[in-house]
Design a protein around this ligand. Structure first.
Ligand code: CMP
Length: 505
């Protein structure tokens, strides 16, 4: 028999028994763990596997009498430590990770779990070393040296650890909260993890920001989702000194009186004059939101609303400017503007056959107005009488009960019912998208259409059709016969109305 085979026979009894005893316990537990661990987390099994592998190798080393007694003693202690750590790790993963769902079933935070794990592992390692006959004094000295070394070299990490412990003890925020800890808006994020070293934030740019806990412990943390899940936003804008503040405030209030997605109704919005700046008066609009993640989009919607509302009433934003006169023929040529408006009016079917002079008269006396989506242009019951022609965008017509009746697009018109019958507005028309509208003055329109009595019949058909549509949305059954009758009645009412107008002084 060769000497090495002899050596193996001499030692085989002891390691074999140890190996069988140990693996008899660890292997079934490991197999169970492997089965219960989801596929994507199998990489975690590597650590216990390595520890058990190390244990096996060290058991063999400690059992070969080829090695010196000193080496075997050390191998013996190390094998006990790695074996015990491997077994403890398997048990930990089975109990805490698998059965207690990473400790969530008993409300164990990641930080507490990590600390508990570290303490357990140190305890297991020391106990195993002691049980394998390691010298208590040597262990204490080694432990002391290791601790001193670690404390010195890992000052920062330990600082983070202590900060992490304090942070989770004070619990100023938790996973799911939105926080910011400095002036950089790119650092504002939703807390996705708090561990013993750092806190991880997920920002709106889909970036994960890893903030050391020691940084957070020194910072003034802003928690946007506490004390309430809502928070106030502020949008500022500047207007020129020529505009009276109450006009600006009224326009902003009107703009924000219509619902805006994401802006809370209560607590309500307000507008304040913030500063008399060098060349402008600064206003701040303040409102509450609940969906902090969408804050930029909501702010942008509010700014757009403001732009449209202020633009409509002729209030321009002020911006720093140099007095350089530029002539932009596109913008300054009122004639070209008016021609464009006349072209748009000529495209409306019932205005189409009017003389160019009449169309020009209508265009000259009309205004172009823009609306942001969601804004009401006319409201059911209003006493206004303007006629609107859609130049671009889409409008939505709703009956007084709030049900949608129709959508109107470029070339369509509305507002004819109140204009031609003298009745209050029959429906609400709002902008479904940003819209540009030509607003025809009622007086001018009545005057021009007076030249075309036959047009009244054409319009009365449209009105009768629209009224029938409205009745239908209310559930009424409108026959062709009834519609025709209604049209006749309408037509005579329009004629009477026009005659009355004509007779008026
Ligand atoms: P007016 O009543 O002045 O104001 C609301 C407007 O909504 C109304 O005139 C019509 O122009 C328009 N309207 C009402 N019903 C319909 C409909 N069924 N289809 C299209 N527009 C309509």
């Amino acid at each position: 028999m060769s000497p090495s085979l002899l050596a193996l026979v001499a030692v085989e009894e002891v390691p074999l028994r140890r190996v069988l005893n140990f693996t008899g316990f660890v292997l079934p537990a490991f197999a169970l763990l492997a089965v219960l661990t989801p596929k994507e987390q199998r990489a975690r099994l590597r650590t216990p596997l390595l520890l058990v592998g190390a244990w096996l190798a060290l058991v063999l080393v400690s059992s070969f009498d080829r090695f010196s007694a000193g080496t075997r003693d050390v191998a013996n202690v190390l094998s006990s430590v790695s074996g015990a750590l491997g077994a403890a790790r398997v048990a930990w993963m089975l109990v805490i990770d698998v059965f207690l769902k990473e400790g969530s079933r008993i409300g164990l935070s990641k930080l507490a779990r990590d600390l508990l794990h570290a303490v357990l592992m140190i305890f297991v390692a020391v106990s195993a070393a002691r049980a394998a006959g390691a010298d208590a004094q040597a262990l204490a000295t080694t432990g002391g040296l290791v601790t001193a070394g670690l404390t010195f070299s890992l000052q920062q990490t330990l600082g983070d650890l202590v900060a992490g412990i304090l942070l989770s003890a004070r619990a100023p925020f938790e996973v799911g909260d939105w926080i910011g800890y400095d002036d950089d808006v790119q650092h504002i994020g939703r807390v996705v993890e708090i561990n013993w070293r750092d806190t991880r934030l997920h920002t709106n740019d889909d970036v994960e920001v890893v903030v050391p806990n020691s940084t957070l412990s020194k910072a003034a943390i802003r928690i946007f989702t506490k004390p309430r899940p809502i928070n106030r936003r502020t949008v500022t804008f500047d207007v020129g000194y020529q505009h009276a503040p109450h006009d600006v405030v009224a326009a902003v209030r009107e703009a924000l009186s219509h619902p805006l997605q994401g802006v809370l109704k209560t607590p309500g919005c307000d507008v304040i004059l913030t500063t008399f700046a060098d060349s402008a008066v600064r206003f701040s609009v303040r409102y509450f939101i609940e969906d902090f993640q969408r804050r930029d989009v909501i702010d942008s919607e509010v700014r757009m609303r403001l732009w449209y509302a202020l633009h409509r009433v002729g209030i321009d934003f002020q911006f720093p400017r140099m007095e350089i006169e530029t002539i932009n023929p596109q913008l300054l040529d009122a004639e070209a503007k008016m021609q464009r408006r006349a072209d748009a009016l000529a495209r409306v079917d019932f205005l189409g056959q009017m003389t160019p002079d009449d169309i020009a008269a209508l265009a000259r006396d009309s205004r172009t107005r823009v609306f942001h989506h969601g804004e009401a242009i006319v409201r059911a019951g209003d006493r206004s009488t303007d006629l609107f022609v859609v130049a671009s965008g889409e409008c939505i017509v709703t009956n007084p009960q709030g049900r949608e009746i129709a959508r109107l697009r470029a070339g369509d018109f509305f507002g004819e019912m109140a204009l031609l019958t003298g009745e209050p507005r029959a429906a609400t028309v709002s902008a479904a998208t940003p819209c540009t509208l030509h607003v025809l003055h009622a007086e001018t329109f009545r005057e021009v259409i007076g030249h075309y009595p036959e047009k009244l019949e054409q319009v009365s058909k449209v009105v009768a059709e629209r009224q029938a549509e409205m009745e239908r949305t209310r559930g009424a059954d409108v026959s062709q016969e009834l519609k025709a009758k209604q049209q006749v009645t309408l037509l005579s009412r329009m004629r009477r109305f026009f005659a009355g107008e004509a007779e008026a002084p």
